[in-house]
Design a protein around this ligand. Structure first.
Ligand SMILES: [Zn+2]
Length: 289
């Protein structure tokens, strides 16, 4: 499979100049199987730019298909969908899957209501859009992809993690996670032996030790639901992953902050003599698994 990151930032977009090497768009990852079949992980702002790139292909002519897998419906994971240009082209077929809420269709319709958007409902988008229920589909097959998932609690809300396999290669996608009570065993199991783990690392270890660096500030609600670079590394080691991409970067973190945190993780991994390779996820990074 081919992988490309279109959005790697968590919470809100980061437009600051010193963060553009990593990139400022909220979560969106493109996967392609050997035949070019398209799978999209999360629908943050990165989805707008992915959508623009798809217009040169079948999705630009009303003859395309895309599957979108949502980890949950927090704003930063769905805010790109009303701006996904292929969804406005009649003839395209888009299916959206997710969990965490019983009424994903209602959530997406609400996002498109006249209060928030001139689109005023998904029926006005043009493409054929289906919203699927993962509880009815423990294994989803799209093109050559075999997709499994796991539900886990993340602080106060439910999340879905995904594992995507093709031709014996595998990628696990964990867009947000909280390991304060110990590594979440559901996540470790889902990621068991994967070639690539994409896992959030919202905080530095120092920030986490100090209680987290909440986007709502020190007076805001508790900063649960996120983890650190060090915890993401421990998940990858426990799962036996080959490679880890730190993801869902904090908007306060500059390119230099993120590269410094990753360098510290590399040192710790090397000191333990482990073969795990680690990289920050960054916009535009494309690779074969
Ligand atoms: Zn969230």
């Amino acid at each position: 499979m081919r992988v490309r990151f279109w959005g790697v930032r968590g919470g809100i977009a980061a437009t600051r100049q010193d963060a553009q090497g990593i990139g400022g768009n909220t979560p969106c990852v493109e996967l392609r199987d050997r035949d070019g079949h398209l799978l999209i992980l999360d629908a943050g702002i990165g989805l707008y730019w992915l959508g623009r790139s798809l217009l040169a292909g079948p999705l630009g002519r009303g003859k395309g298909e895309a599957t979108i897998l949502l980890t949950h419906s927090h704003w930063d994971h769905i805010q790109g969908f009303p701006f996904f240009v292929p969804a406005f082209i009649p003839g395209n077929r888009i299916d959206i899957w997710g969990g965490g809420v019983a009424t994903l269709r209602d959530v997406l319709e609400g996002q498109m209501s006249g209060t928030y958007s001139p689109i005023d409902g998904m029926a006005n988008m043009g493409a054929s859009i289906e919203v699927g229920d993962l509880s009815q589909c423990p294994v989803l097959e799209r093109g050559r992809f075999r997709i499994t998932h796991a539900h886990y609690r993340n602080g106060p809300h439910d999340m879905v993690g995904y594992r995507i396999e093709e031709d014996g290669k595998s990628l696990c996608y964990i867009s947000e996670a909280d390991h304060r009570a110990g590594l979440d065993p559901t996540i470790v199991e889902l990621a068991r032996g994967v070639d690539v783990l994409v896992h959030e690392a919202f905080y530095t270890d120092e920030e986490l030790a100090a209680g987290g660096n909440s986007l709502a500030g020190p007076s805001g609600p508790p900063s649960g639901g996120h983890c650190s670079f060090g915890q993401a590394t421990e998940v990858a080691i426990a799962a036996g992953a080959q490679r880890l991409h730190y993801f869902y970067h904090h908007p306060d973190h500059s390119d230099a902050d993120i590269h410094a945190a990753v360098a510290r993780e590399r040192e710790k991994i090397a000191a333990r003599g482990l073969p795990l390779r680690v990289e920050p996820a960054r916009e535009g990074l494309e690779f074969q698994v």
